[in-house]
Design a protein around this ligand. Structure first.
Ligand SMILES: Nc1ncnc2c1ncn2[C@@H]1O[C@H](COP(=O)(O)OP(=O)(O)O)[C@@H](O)[C@H]1O
Ligand SMILES: [Mg+2]
Length: 251
């Protein structure tokens, strides 16, 4: 089983959009997939419910509902172990913004971390916090530029070279700002399901093909050394609570 965490301490960059798009693409590739929703807003979980409700309402055919579980970050390790026992092949963790502890926990358990980043100046500047997080935790991390205006494709390349200069490897695919990504979710679907011949489908297929291989190639996770429970005074340090054993590597 492999674990993919989608992390950015900035909101609105497309974490949830990419989480459900990648999850559905993985399912279509016959990977038994679970999404863990760490965001108290529960957007991914709500979308999964709507997917079932709207499919029934419209008598619509679709292959499988998406399994999404809402969770507190403290329960992540146990839930990942449970998912492995339950035969899931891929766990995708969608994380909240501005939440050091859940983001750090998600980075810690991930075989691969994907950081969506919008290509604007302020967005790139704000990505520093996430970059520091993945560097501090020595995560196997990649960024993916999302919401590139289709009229300015050069922005994705500019953003990629800026981020590469911060020692984060780019995903070989960038995601354009396109209507189907928004419209599809409203209908309980993903962009390739409403526009299978469209550019969004091409992008998601390319992103999934790359990710599937990158997850296979991801380095084996090491078990973190056990450490005593942190003293209460340490609780302000988001990493202090993480220094205890984590799950073993992916099988
Ligand atoms: N590639 C895209 N094209 C168009 N709209 C997008 C794209 N990615 C995300 N969005 C829109 O941007 C907003 C924020 O996306 P969301 O996935 O909720 O971000 P996050 O989970 O990081 O807060 C949503 O309204 C979503 O529909
Ligand atoms: Mg979200």
């Amino acid at each position: 089983m492999k674990t993919l965490s989608i992390v950015s301490t900035k909101g609105g960059v497309g974490k949830t959009t990419l989480a459900v798009h990648i999850a559905v693409a993985a399912q279509k590739a016959k990977q038994k997939t679970l999404v863990i929703d760490l965001d108290p807003q529960g957007s991914a979980a709500q979308w999964a419910k709507d997917r079932v409700r709207l499919a029934e309402q419209h008598g619509r055919w679709f292959d499988t509902p998406l399994d999404v579980r809402r969770l507190f970050a403290n329960d992540l390790v146990e839930e990942i172990a449970a998912a492995k026992r339950q035969g899931y092949q891929l766990v995708i963790i969608d994380t909240p913004p501005h939440a050091d502890f859940p983001a750090a926990r998600a980075v810690e358990v991930a075989d691969l971390v994907l950081m969506p980043v919008r290509p604007g100046y302020f967005d790139l500047h704000a990505a520093k916090a996430t970059i520091n997080l993945v560097h501090d935790m020595r995560a196997h991390a990649f960024f993916v530029v999302n919401q590139t205006p289709h009229t300015s494709p050069g922005m994705a390349a500019d953003a990629a070279s800026y981020l590469a200069s911060k020692d984060i490897t780019p995903a070989p695919v960038s995601i354009t700002m396109l209507q189907p990504y928004v419209r599809a979710l409203r209908d309980g679907l993903t962009a390739p399901e409403i526009a299978p011949e469209g550019r969004s489908a091409e992008e998601i297929n390319a992103l999934w093909s790359w990710l599937a291989q990158a997850l296979i190639n991801a380095p084996q996770k090491k078990v973190v050394e056990a450490a005593p429970e942190p003293a209460p005074a340490m609780l302000d340090d988001p990493f202090a609570r993480l220094r205890r054993p984590i799950i073993e590597g992916a099988a």
